[in-house]
Design a protein around this ligand. Structure first.
Ligand code: KIV
Length: 281
């Protein structure tokens, strides 16, 4: 069986994700590398190759410096190691805002070069038309409303939205525009609970919350945040592991063993064979 046939038989599709509106909550996480994708895939409905990769893996201060090449390399790694989850790749800042045709060329390049199933765009006030241009030409698009990390330079900080009811209208308008333009699901980031409920009630596609309460149709977190890889994480993150301290303790142990000449021991050593020149492993 070719890997394409197998993929078609086992993968969740955008239609499967869309049908989960109001049903079993969607389980979503970010993934950027093959080993992590392999671990997450059996448990997740959606793996998002988020542009948060710039901050999480590359040490950038925000997502503005993330490039198409970074998204494509990480998207390829995640596709190689996953079988079941729908894989969505973020379109990086500057790859879709200037015009519909550039957005189409970049989205098509991401899908062709990674094999991923959909792209995500941060749906600011002007992006609805771009989403429509892409979806009408066969590119599945996930929207992203509320706190939009790519707007950090314009907004001056990562700020939660909708804490005052007067702020609801523009976020709801962005979500409606993304839905009307054909987005199959919408990430809702950093919004107060009543606004998350209202958006979820008003759009017919699933909402996927991050820092947006239990009022959404699914949830997503940055995997490294929920695994406790960083000292700091936003308050909406629940830490399911403390990998930072576990890794630090493991590396301290390794360093102690080397300094005490306790590593490598006999079991970790190749010995010469009795005669001849051994070539085996
Ligand atoms: O880039 C990312 O990881 C995201 C999620 C936080 C939704 O957009």
């Amino acid at each position: 069986m070719s890997s394409h046939t197998q993929d078609a038989e086992t993968r969740l599709t955008v239609r499967d994700i869309r049908r989960r509106k109001g049903a079993e909550p969607l389980v979503c996480l970010t993934a950027y590398t093959a080993p992590m994708a392999e671990i997450l895939d059996p448990h997740c409905d959606v793996l998002l190759v988020g542009d948060s990769v710039g901050m999480v893996l590359h040490g950038l201060p925000n997502t503005v410096g993330v490039t198409m090449e970074m998204m494509i390399l990480h998207g390829q790694a995640v596709m190689r190691a996953s079988r079941r989850a729908l894989v969505v790749v973020d379109m990086p800042f500057g790859s879709y805002e200037a015009g519909h045709e550039t957005a189409y060329a970049n989205a098509a390049r991401i899908l062709k070069e990674t094999g991923a199933h959909a792209v995500k765009v941060e749906s600011g006030p002007t992006v609805g038309e771009t989403i429509a241009y892409l979806t009408r030409r066969g590119i599945p698009v996930m929207g992203h409303v509320g706190l939009r990390p790519q707007a950090v330079l314009a907004e001056g900080a990562f700020r939660a939205k909708g804490k005052r009811p007067g702020d609801y209208a523009c976020v709801i308008a962005e979500a409606r525009a993304a839905e009307a333009a054909g987005a199959f699901a919408i990430v809702v980031e950093g919004v107060a609970e009543p606004l998350a409920h209202q958006i979820t009630a008003e759009v017919k596609v699933p909402t996927i919350g991050i820092g947006a309460s239990a009022g959404c149709d699914g949830q997503i977190l940055v995997t490294e945040d929920m695994l406790g890889l960083f000292d700091w994480a936003p308050r909406f993150v629940r830490r399911y592991a403390e990998l930072r301290s576990e890794i630090s303790a493991a590396v301290a142990h390794y360093a102690r063993d080397i300094r005490a000449r306790d590593f490598p021991a006999a079991a970790e050593t190749y010995f010469a064979e009795a005669d001849g020149c051994g070539t085996g492993g």
